[in-house]
Design a protein around this ligand. Sequence first.
Ligand SMILES: *Cc1c(COP(=O)(O)O)cnc(C)c1O
Length: 424
Amino acid sequence: MSRQRYFAYKNRQLHVEDVPVELLAKEVGTPFYCYSTAALTHNYHVLKDALPKSALIAFSVKANGNVAVLKTLGREGAGADVVSGGELQKAIAAGIPADRIVFSGVGKTAEEMRLALSVGIHQFNVESEPELEALSGVAAAMGAKAPVTIRVNPDIDAKTHAKITTGTAETKFGVPWTRARAVYGHAGRLPGIEVVGVDVHIGSQITDLQPFRAAFARVAGLIGDLRRDGHQITRADLGGGLGVSYRHDSEPPDAEAYGRMIAQATSGLDVELIFEPGRLIAATAGVLITRVIYVKEGEARKFLILDAGMNDLMRPALYDAHHDIIPVAQPQPNAPTLRYDVVGPVCETTDSFARDRDLPESKGNDLMAILTAGAYGAVMASAYNARPPAPEVMVNGRQWFVVRPRFTLEALIALDKVPGWLEH
Ligand SMILES: *Cc1c(COP(=O)(O)O)cnc(C)c1O
């Protein structure tokens, strides 16, 4: 587990690799995200080594879109899974070759399609018939052929949080299982479309291999049917979704177990395999560092009020997500604990990171680390409550660099423009 190795106490102070967090806090100010280069590349290679050699690992940019993160992974050989023209441009800016980029998402616009075709991406993961027709029109007008997989919805419950499940018939994602062959038939007849494979992604933070196994068995069956229907199926994009441990006491399936399941599920299929992991690579490679502003004694509860809020890290408010929280200064082994509600400063009841959490006694100004925050953290940040979102720092051994500076309040205010009629 990369977290233990790359985010560890040394001389009683939390370090990211060889850099003391306390030093970063002094230099950068709090709150800030901090990523470990070694953890990112470690997580990538553990997965890479567990999967068939020729598999393309297209990192899901929506999990962490910082160009420095993308560049770190791209240099190791990763591709990118993008869900917007913006993410596509970020992946290209990070130097990821277009032929390692796949384009997912239910609402691709004609403009985004043109951009993706003009740079020559590896494939479009098409999610509906109207999208297929639009892509056909755009590609034909450009005299191009769009390489297409169709995202099928296998109607499998991934048994994850309802807000991150995508593979049941109830969600907006993919083409319904029962319509798949008909849609492929249609795709095969459209100009500007080259059917290359099948795509599936059943959800996120999946901690049981069984739903994957069930979905991939359906995909394998479909590939057989499609080949019998005369389609050239040379690729299977099996999506992302493998979960990580957000609690020190839980152990989700590891990359090796996932790899063994993949080998079984795809044996004999003779396809290029593509994966779209996000969380698995980035989550444990990042932390959010924050300072206690106040310890507030409520009527019935004790609150630790942090200088990071839901605008910086939305997962607890959005998905009831759990994040372990630890003090940056290592507590004594037998230090007594107190029970806290750990909250942010934003004026919303949902701006809470933890309820009834046992932590060593804390006081104002203490530095705290919110762990496993490298995925779906900084990318979801907003400026709600006119709070400039937390900057991002990347560590590499003894080196560190601010890979996204803190927005100044001046810059934030300057985004708003006042119409002439209010000027005088
Ligand atoms: C979000 C997403 C992913 C990445 O999911 P993780 O759970 O972070 O691995 C992959 N593919 C698609 C289509 C997605 O929407």
